[in-house]
Design a protein around this ligand. Structure first.
Ligand code: SF4
Ligand code: SF4
Length: 153
C-alpha cells in the first residue's frame, strides 16, 4: 500500500473546493479550457462515476413494432442538454463547466460525496491533455487571488 501510495503523482486539494467552484461559474478559466477541449466526450465515457444516458424510441411504419432503447450519452454532446426549443449548454465552456462542477461540487449535494474517485482515466484518455486536477487548481488559485485582492482593498 505504501509503495502504491508513493506512485501516485497527482494530487487535488479538495478543501472548500465545492464552494470555490460554485462561486466561480463565470471564471475565464472555462473559456480558456474550451479553446483546447474538443467536446469529444472521452472523459465521460471512461469515468467510472459518469452515468448520463439517453432514451430513444423506434417504431416501424407498419405499426407492428415499437422499441425503446437506453444508451450511454455524454454531457459533452449538444443534444444532451436539449430541452424544448434548443440546447441550454451551447458552448463547450458551459459543457466542460457542467462536467467538472458536477464531479467536484454538485455531486456532494446530490450524493453526499465527491463524484471523482481519483482514478485519472479522464486525464489519460483526453486527446488534448486536459487534466481535471490542473483545471480545478487553476480555479482555486484565481479564487484565492481574488479573495486576497478583496481583503487588501
Ligand atoms: S479522475 Fe475523477 S473525473 Fe476523472 S475519470 Fe476518474 S473519477 Fe472520473
Ligand atoms: S476528453 Fe478532453 S477534449 Fe474530450 S471532452 Fe473531455 S476534456 Fe474535452
Amino acid at each position: 500500500m505504501k509503495k502504491l501510495k508513493s506512485q501516485i503523482q497527482k494530487k487535488l486539494e479538495t478543501k472548500n473546493l465545492k464552494d470555490i467552484l460554485l462561486k466561480n461559474l463565470e471564471s475565464s478559466v472555462w473559456e480558456e479550457i474550451a479553446k483546447r477541449c474538443l467536446s469529444c466526450g472521452n472523459c465521460t465515457m471512461v469515468c467510472p462515476t459518469c452515468f448520463c444516458m439517453t432514451v430513444e424510441d423506434y417504431t416501424d411504419l407498419q405499426k407492428t413494432k415499437a422499441e425503446r432503447i437506453q444508451k450511454w450519452d455524454s454531457c459533452f454532446t449538444l443534444e444532451y442538454s436539449y430541452i424544448h426549443g434548443g440546447s441550454v449548454r451551447v458552448s463547450i465552456a458551459s459543457r466542460y463547466r457542467q462536467w467538472l462542477t458536477h464531479k467536484l461540487a454538485s455531486w456532494h449535494e446530490q450524493f453526499g460525496t465527491s463524484g471523482c474517485v481519483g482514478c485519472g482515466r479522464c486525464i489519460t484518455w483526453c486527446p488534448v491533455g486536459i487534466d481535471i486536477t490542473e483545471e480545478a487548481t487553476k480555479i482555486r488559485k484565481i479564487s484565492q487571488y481574488q479573495t486576497t485582492s478583496m481583503e487588501e482593498i
